[in-house]
Structure formats: structure tokens, C-alpha cells
Design a protein around this ligand. Sequence first.
Ligand SMILES: N[C@@H](CCC(=O)N[C@@H](CS)C(=O)NCC(=O)O)C(=O)O
Length: 216
Amino acid sequence: MPKPEIIGSARSTYTRVVCMVCEEKGIAYGLTECALGAPELLAIHPLGKMPVLRHGDVVLFESKAIASYLDRSFPGPQLLPSDPHLAGLTEQWVSLVNTVIDRTLIRTYLYAYIAPKTADGKPDRAAIEAVMPAVREQLGILDRAVAKTGHLVGDDFTFADINLLPLLDRVRLPPEGADALAATTHLAAYYARHAARPSFTRTMPPAAPPGRAKPN
Ligand SMILES: N[C@@H](CCC(=O)N[C@@H](CS)C(=O)NCC(=O)O)C(=O)O
């Protein structure tokens, strides 16, 4: 069986999540870099989003589906718990992060910096000011969620944590996001601790070249 090929970009948060799954499980994998909407993506994802996976005869799109497949197919630490309650909690946090928190922290806040809709291409201050209350509120939700154990689910590092960490990494790049994360009680320590994991450091995106838009 050939090694899994992840097609996407190291700069994409969802691609990084899948790479982190491979790193945590010790899976030998390859990352094929491509642009948004590239033919390699459109061949698998009906909307051309990243990441997608090729593994032998298996092709998959959607990061959570790819993560589940890899977790069940390969040995190494189990990242999606089998206990029904812990499995439900993992789904719960992945769903909230992907449907709500990603939209706030990345697609609205970060994009107001890296892909602003302003006439002069400068950061969209109005959009940034408008979204900051939601950024702070949602970081507060996460802060309370990790307060007890230092994980989103139970006592162990799970896919729920993997799915969140790349977002926290990106939201702390502009100043308001960095301040909002630093102002949390437990989440900042959670981020600092898990950011030291090899799966996180080995998947760190390269710095963006000046003027480049849309790294995520
Ligand atoms: N639900 C998808 C989301 C994937 C996604 O939105 N990826 C971003 C990059 S991080 C993308 O492809 N954006 C391009 C677009 O939305 O057209 C997943 O979990 O894989």
C-alpha cells in the first residue's frame, strides 16, 4: 500500500489538522502542495476545497472524514475515542469549531487582514472591530472548556484538540487576536503547552511572503 498523500497546503488550517493526525500517529505521509481550486482538489472535492486524501484506491475529502479514516486505518494513539460519551464530546467540539469558531476567528477576523475587501487592500478595520466581541466570546467558551483537564475532551489529547490548535496559532498573529488569547486564563496555557508537541512544530506553515493573500 502506498503512503497516504494529503493534497492541500501547509498554510491551510484544515490541511494542517490532517497532517497533525499523521504526525501524532507516526504515519509516513506526503503533503502535495497546491493552490485553492487546483485540478488535483477538484478531482476529489466537488467544491475544490482542501485538504483531500489519496491512499491506494481510497480518495476522500473533508478533514474530519480523512482524520477518521486515518485514525481507524493506522496503529498509533487513538485520536477519536471509542467510548460513546468521549466520542460524542469529540464530535461536539469539532462541530462547534468547524461551523462557528472557524468562521469567526479565521474566515472573518484573520481574513480582514490577509484578504480584506477594502479598496486600498489595507486591513478592514470596520470588519475587525465588528468581529472582536465574538472572537473574545468564543475564546472564552474554549477557555472554560479546557479549564478542568487541559484538553477539550476528557484527560487525553484527542482530535478535538488537533482540530483547534491550528486556528489558535493563526488567530494570535494579528495584535487583537494575540491580546484576546493572552487575556484568557486557561486557553493561553493550553495553547502554549500543546504548541510544543512535535506534531504541531513539524507542521508549522512557512511565513507568508509580503503581499500574499489567503494563506488559509
Ligand atoms: N469542511 C472542510 C473545509 C475545508 C476548507 O474550507 N478549506 C479551506 C482551506 S483551510 C478552503 O479550501 N478554502 C477555499 C474555499 O472555501 O473555496 C474540511 O473540513 O475539510
